[in-house]
Design a protein around this ligand. Structure first.
Ligand code: SER
Length: 316
């Protein structure tokens, strides 16, 4: 797969910014091009292009300019923000995906990545150890766009042979960027408040289990999926992916072990209903079997790496 010219769409978000660093480290001879609607890191020396993912001619120009052979399409409006403006979120998430899929076929892109989410499941999905193949009836716009997006990915694979691969991410926890409109973001905000010595008011109730993952595991899973030989990719919608599951109360207790004075209370809002419609835990045995997925960060590692990372200068 050399030379590899890789385009990240949505490079300035939580995943994109860390994926960029990981790709540069892993493929030193590759050209990695970032694109987003704004440049969040103007001080970084890198290839960056302003791009609205729904702008097909602009995407064509970038792919041609850099002779792109791989695309990671990460730009999306997350669950909670999407509920504030449903048609706008649908347009960005759905039309954005279709524009990128079309461009990928047209320019004979070698391999493409697009993330799905636990949000693709819904209130009638079994919530405990949710299997790969199961009822999916999402009731958020974000979740609907992920569920239908998965089907479009499979369609482009079957109809055009486009090698597009996908993971159903759990809530991703990281410290380098601030939360961006998701329902799982309480599990990031809580660390910021704890380190500032402030009380944390959680927008979910204490007993709301959700699947979560530290970002290093999420990035590694993404790169491993993208590197796996084609014959190992048996699931062409999107793979279930899991690391750990916890409730806000359990996370609060784990933080309290490191910061004994930490206090939290609960004021559930509209996001409670979203969380209640999602799985509490995920069965990802197919990812483990097909391409060898294995998570590394459990609860203790997660808490330590978040607190250490934020202390070392990322605390805003
Ligand atoms: N983290 C996302 C959200 O909360 C789920 O994929 O919207």
């Amino acid at each position: 797969m050399n030379p590899m010219n890789i385009l990240i769409i949505g490079s300035e978000g939580q995943l994109g910014s860390e994926l960029y660093d990981a790709l540069v480290l892993k493929y030193p001879s590759a050209k990695v091009v970032c694109s987003d609607i704004r440049n969040a890191f103007p001080e970084k020396e890198r290839n960056f292009e302003i791009l609205d993912a729904t702008d097909a001619p602009a995407l064509d120009r970038i792919i041609e300019k850099y002779q792109i052979s791989q695309i990671y399409h990460l730009a999306a409006i997350l669950s909670a923000r999407g509920e504030q403006n449903p048609l706008w979120a649908w347009d960005i998430n759905m039309r954005g995906l279709l524009v990128v899929l079309e461009a990928a076929v047209k320019h004979k892109i070698h391999r493409m990545y697009w993330p799905s989410s636990i949000a693709a499941f819904g209130p009638n999905t079994p919530r405990v150890q949710t299997p790969q193949q199961v009822v999916m009836d999402p009731n958020t716009v974000y979740g609907m766009s992920k569920q239908v997006g998965e089907l479009w990915c499979r369609y482009y694979f079957e109809k055009y042979g486009l090698d597009v691969r996908s993971l159903r991410y759990p809530g991703i926890i990281s410290y380098k960027t601030l939360p961006g409109g998701g329902t799982t973001d309480y599990a990031i905000d809580i660390f910021h408040k704890a380190l500032k010595g402030e009380k944390f008011t959680c927008f979910l109730g204490p007993e709301t289990p959700l699947p979560m993952m530290y970002i290093d595991d999420a990035i590694r899973a993404t790169l491993e999926l993208m590197e796996a030989p084609t014959e190992q990719i048996k699931e062409r919608t999107s793979y279930n992916l899991a690391a750990l599951s916890f409730t806000p109360e359990q996370l609060g207790e784990a933080i309290k072990k490191a910061i004994p004075g930490f206090e939290m209370d609960y004021a559930p809002d509209f996001r409670q209903k979203i969380a209640d419609s999602w799985p509490g835990s995920i069965d990802d045995s197919e990812a483990r079997k097909d391409w060898g997925w294995n998570h590394q960060f459990g609860m203790d590692e997660l808490v330590h790496v978040m607190l250490d990372g934020l202390k070392s200068g990322y605390l805003s």
